[in-house]
Design a protein around this ligand. Structure first.
Ligand code: DAH
Length: 336
């Protein structure tokens, strides 16, 4: 039994194809599924529309254009439906992605307040940076010291009056809290043969009553250079370089002074708001100190200096009371 091909059967086949196509396209769930469907409907070989058209040859010539026209319209319609569905699917995918990847810019951020160095440590950093620029290395020493390093090795024997100005806190074992950073000079020279150029920043202690200019705990930076042929000119040049870098071009003066571990000794003042302010002690390392370390003073000479960091910080920032540096008052600290 052969099926008769005539205008009606082909037309109804195309009608059925139209209904099926629009239904399937509407239900296609993804772009790849849609592509499969396009091949199945419009594919040149084996496509459903081609199948119907293939049968057209059985029609009388006069009827073929009718079916041809109808098929063309259907093909265009199917193409439009496919395109529209593809757009829908792509839109949906995009919307889903945007929703999933959305960032809520109105959500409160995690706030990390930006801190800054305490003015005292800022000052210490600046001093260290300037001396590093002059070729000095930073060295360290203990805050708990022995009488030997804190006094005797620095040419301050047991009953020397200089000890009176540096009373300190004594520990049960006979050690003491260092009164200055100068013991680091001895410790460093014990372990290193000259030439040396070092600075030793750190905390020091004295049995002083607290007032606007005294604190039992404060900070110093020790400077030490030992080499062949160092003289007072080298000390002066180094100190001036440093002070000008730190304070700017202020008037400064060297004043004769006395320290047991330097000879000659000097104190350095800078003129600040009309007043001379003492900012450091210094001098040529006393030959007795070098000899105590087994260094021949005929060959080696050196200079040393020591400065108070609190004083430098206060002069620099116009701070009137040392206690402000230790009170952790944010209203004060935020100004720096
Ligand atoms: N150590 C002294 C003090 O605390 C300061 C000082 C003076 C240090 C002269 C030095 C120096 O190195 O040469 O009073």
């Amino acid at each position: 039994m052969s099926t008769t091909v005539n205008l009606d059967t082909l037309t109804s086949q195309l009608d059925a194809l139209e209904a099926r196509a629009s239904d399937q396209i509407r239900r296609a769930a993804s772009p790849p599924a849609l592509e499969q469907l396009r091949i199945s409907l419009l594919g040149k070989k084996g496509g459903q529309l081609s199948g119907v058209l293939g049968a057209m040859g059985a029609l009388p010539h006069a009827q073929r254009p009718l079916i041809g026209q109808r098929a063309n319209v259907l093909k265009q319609e199917i193409q439009e439906l496919l395109n529209e569905r593809l757009r829908q699917l792509e839109d949906a995918a995009l919307t889903e992605r945007l929703t999933k990847e959305a960032v809520d810019t109105s959500a409160p951020a995690t706030y990390t307040p930006l801190g800054h160095a305490h003015p005292l440590l800022g000052t210490l950093d600046e001093i260290v940076t300037i001396f590093c620029g002059l070729g000095y290395q930073v060295v360290d020493g203990p805050e708990i010291e022995t009488d030997h390093y804190n006094f005797s090795a620095l040419n301050i024997p047991e009953d020397h009056p200089a000890r009176e100005m540096q009373d300190t806190f004594y520990l049960a074992g006979g050690e003491l809290l260092r009164t200055h950073t100068s013991p680091v000079q001895i410790r460093h020279l014990e372990g290193h043969t000259p030439p040396v150029r070092v600075i030793a920043p750190g905390r020091v202690y004295r049995r002083d009553a607290v007032d606007a200019t005294h604190s039992p705990i404060f900070h110093q930076v020790e400077v030490l250079a030992v080499d062949e042929g160092l003289n007072f000119g080298h000390l002066r040049g180094t100190v001036i370089q440093f002070l000008q870098a730190f304070f700017g071009e202020l008037p400064l003066r060297f004043r004769a002074s006395y320290f047991p571990f330097t000879e000659p000794s000097a104190e350095v003042d800078v003129q600040w708001q009309g007043r001379w302010l003492e900012v450091m002690g210094c001098g040529m390392v006393d030959p007795a100190v070098l000899e105590g370390l087994g260094l021949d003073p005929e060959r080696w000479s050196g200079f040393a200096a020591g400065m108070g960091v609190e004083r430098a910080c206060m002069v620099r920032h116009g701070i009137d009371d040392i206690r402000r540096l230790f009170s952790s008052d944010l209203r004060f600290l935020r100004q720096f």
